[in-house]
Structures are given as structure tokens and as C-alpha cells.
Design a protein around this ligand. Structure first.
Ligand SMILES: [Zn+2]
Length: 240
């Protein structure tokens, strides 16, 4: 594998060449930077582009690496985002065999079996929180999808909950909508933006001017939330 050195950072690179690619696309993956480039592009041109994108590459790479750090130990007082608010984690022991999550006001209570060894707690707590978030996400996102689809007078086919590192949502040409469960950590309006965005793809399956006109029609302030995700998206995680 090739490597790209920027400053004191070395990034493994995978270069894909194909006549199918019309332009150069850079994708930051877990362990490498993927460069997709047209087959006939000169090495010199590619080099120039990479040079001009240095700053973006290094930022995106470092952000991604930070997201992949091992999970933080779960402890009392730790904060988690939910619908844009900070919830405080409180861990309690109980005599039952299963872990349980309960939201009491702004306190996220996690009940852990009293005989669960201390070292097994973090991974178990993370797993139960993850499934709690997914249950909430399914409920909240389904409701929002139904309401907004009605308002926008569109019909989608299926809704699936996804877990992706960098995508918040997607819409297929068949009208199937995928949403990342992590968006329930974001403020209400931010969630609406993602859903309006995906529902607008039912009318325009691209990011053309008409597409954005459709988005703006239902959310005039969409620009704020689009930017918000760029700046805060990496905070929407259980793994800190
Ligand atoms: Zn889109």
C-alpha cells in the first residue's frame, strides 16, 4: 500500500483507478485513505490535487482516528447526548440478571447485575446503552419520518436503522430510507434536517439545485444544520 506523508503524519493510501470515475474522490476509511481517480489522470495532476487538499485530508484523518479510540470507561457522571441534551450516567447495581436502562429526567440510569465483575462492566454497559439508543431511535425516527413525509406529500418504501461512521442517512432509487441511529443524539431540528434531506431525495435523487430548493421549502434554515453536522457530527457517539 502507498503512503501519503503530511507533516509528521503518515497515512496509508489505496489508489483506485477506473474509467468509471469522472473525478477524484477522497474517502477516509478506518485504516486508509482511498483515492478514486479517473484512469487517464496524470500522476502529476493527482499529486497536485492531493497537495491542495492536504489540510482537509489531515483533518478528516485525525478526526476519524480519534473516533476509533478504545471506549472510555463508563462511570457515574459521564455525559451522553440525547436529542441535543446532555444526560448524566448513573450506574446502579441490582439483584436481577439483566442490565437495564432507564431515563429519569436528565439522568440515564443503568442497572447492572450485582454479581457482574467490575472489569466486565464497561463493555456490558456500552452494549446496553447502544441497544437503548437504537430502540429510542427507531421510535423517534419512524414518527418523524411519517410526519414529515405527510407534510412533504411523499411516500417512502422502507425505513432501516443503520450504524455508519460517516453517513447520517441515505435514500435509494427504490425509495428505501436508511437513517443512522446516532442522529437521535442531535437536537430535534438537526434530526428533521436529515430526514427532510432524505425525503427530498424521493423527488430528486441527486444534490442538484432543485433538490436544495426542495429542502429549503420545508426547512428554510437547513444551512445551519448542515453545517452543524460538519462541526458536531463526531460528538454523536457512545465511544469517546
Ligand atoms: Zn443527499
Amino acid at each position: 500500500m502507498k503512503q501519503l506523508t503530511i507533516g509528521d503524519c503518515t497515512i496509508p493510501c489505496e489508489v483506485r483507478r477506473s474509467a468509471r470515475y469522472r473525478r477524484i474522490t477522497l474517502t477516509v476509511l478506518e485504516d486508509r485513505l482511498r483515492i478514486s481517480a479517473p484512469k487517464n489522470l496524470l500522476a502529476k495532476q493527482l499529486k497536485e490535487l492531493l497537495l491542495s487538499k492536504q489540510e482537509w485530508i489531515i483533518k478528516a484523518w485525525q478526526k476519524n482516528q480519534n473516533m476509533l479510540k478504545p471506549p472510555m470507561e463508563f462511570h457515574d457522571g459521564q455525559q451522553f447526548l440525547y436529542l441535543g441534551n446532555s444526560l448524566e450516567l448513573k450506574i446502579r447495581r441490582h439483584s436481577r440478571k439483566m442490565l437495564r436502562v432507564s431515563l429519569e429526567g436528565q439522568v440515564l440510569e443503568v442497572y447492572v447485575p450485582e454479581d457482574l465483575p467490575e472489569q466486565a462492566c464497561p463493555s456490558n454497559i456500552q452494549a446496553v446503552l447502544l441497544s437503548w439508543y437504537k430502540v429510542q431511535a427507531r421510535k423517534i425516527l419512524q414518527e418523524k419520518l411519517d410526519t414529515l413525509a405527510k407534510r412533504m406529500q411523499v411516500n417512502f418504501q422502507t425505513f432501516r436503522l443503520k450504524e455508519q461512521k460517516t453517513r447520517w442517512g441515505s435514500c435509494s432509487s427504490k425509495g428505501n430510507i436508511n437513517l443512522n441511529w446516532r442522529i437521535v443524539m442531535a437536537p430535534d431540528q438537526a434530526i428533521d434536517y436529515i430526514i427532510i434531506h432524505e425525503l427530498s431525495h424521493l423527488t430528486h435523487l441527486n444534490h442538484s439545485e432543485q433538490f436544495w430548493q426542495r429542502v429549503v421549502e420545508f426547512m428554510p434554515e437547513y444551512g445551519y444544520w448542515k453545517k452543524w453536522f460538519k462541526e458536531h457530527g463526531h460528538e454523536l457517539t457512545l465511544v469517546l
